[in-house]
Design a protein around this ligand. Structure first.
Ligand code: BTN
Length: 265
């Protein structure tokens, strides 16, 4: 007998559509972000979703891996060509974080938070992540791949030992069985709305909403610069461009565009 998961994948393979989105379903791939980027560069339609049941080389920010065991999570990438300036592209990650929070709150009645810029947390543990990559083939319409990984039912024993206390899966926080199709549809719907709002210059409104889910504001954290130099301080939250402001013990404020943030316990 087919279970809900199999029905979800069979329907997706048969329909090849999710709302307005064309969907490419893969059993196994290295990384849906790499696939979507290759397809996008060959002219694949905007809005196409590449989704896989498993990834062998799922990628996160800063060269990290994204564990993607078969049928234990959502691993997908959306091809976008937003009408945005290249300088505005990092904001897409924040907008996508808000989309994720809204979608899983409405479908699963959970209370997620976001650790700037791209970590989705449930009860302080990482449950999802966003990897936004771009290719500036056309100055007016950059090619952007929005990659989302969401752990749905990954057992903690699957995570490497150093991550077992830091990672979690949606099902552990949800009282009812997670409806994966609803979650996916809801994320796509929210993300579509966010992109349209950003194109209309409404990022300030998105940021206001984002701040309701901010896991770091007022907390002590350590920022590892891209050169791995640690800077410790208090998070003042993101500015209007999405850069995180951190005030160190000497009162110096750093405007962070990239790098690794670790909350201090
Ligand atoms: C992060 O937490 O640093 C981002 C994780 C993003 C993982 C997703 S899974 C689907 C897509 N394909 C990838 O290789 N990465 C993203």
């Amino acid at each position: 007998m087919e279970n809900n998961k199999d029905i979800f994948w069979h329907e997706l393979e048969k329909e090849k559509k999710l709302g307005d989105h064309t969907v490419i379903v893969l059993d196994e791939t290295v990384s849906t972000n790499s696939d979507a980027m290759d397809l996008g560069r060959k002219g694949q339609q905007t809005g196409t979703v590449v989704i896989a049941r498993s990834q062998t080389g799922g990628r996160g920010r800063l060269g990290k891996n994204w564990l993607s065991p078969t049928d234990r999570g959502l691993y997908f990438s959306v091809i976008l060509r937003p009408l945005l300036e290249p300088a505005d592209l990092p904001k897409i990650t924040l907008a996508a974080g808000l989309s994720l929070c809204r979608a899983i709150t409405s479908v699963c009645s959970v209370s997620p938070m976001i650790k700037w810029p791209n970590d989705l947390l449930l009860d302080g543990r990482k449950c999802g992540g966003i990897l936004t990559e771009s290719h500036l083939e056309n100055a007016k319409r950059p090619l952007v791949v929005l990659g989302i990984g969401l752990n749905i039912s990954t057992p903690s024993s699957f995570f490497p030992s150093d991550l077992q206390q830091k990672a979690t899966s949606l099902q552990q926080h949800c009282k009812t069985v997670v409806n994966v199709k609803k979650v996916l549809l809801s994320i796509l719907r929210e993300a579509d709305e966010m992109i349209k709002s950003m194109e209309r210059g409404k990022f300030p409104e998105i940021l206001d909403q984002w701040k309701k889910y901010d896991a770091t504001k007022g907390k002590k954290l350590t920022w590892l610069t891209t050169g791995r130099k640690p800077v410790s301080g208090i998070s003042l939250g993101p500015d209007e461009d999405g850069r995180l402001h951190i005030k160190d013990d000497q009162g110096q404020v750093f405007e962070v565009l990239s790098g690794d943030i670790q909350l201090q316990l």
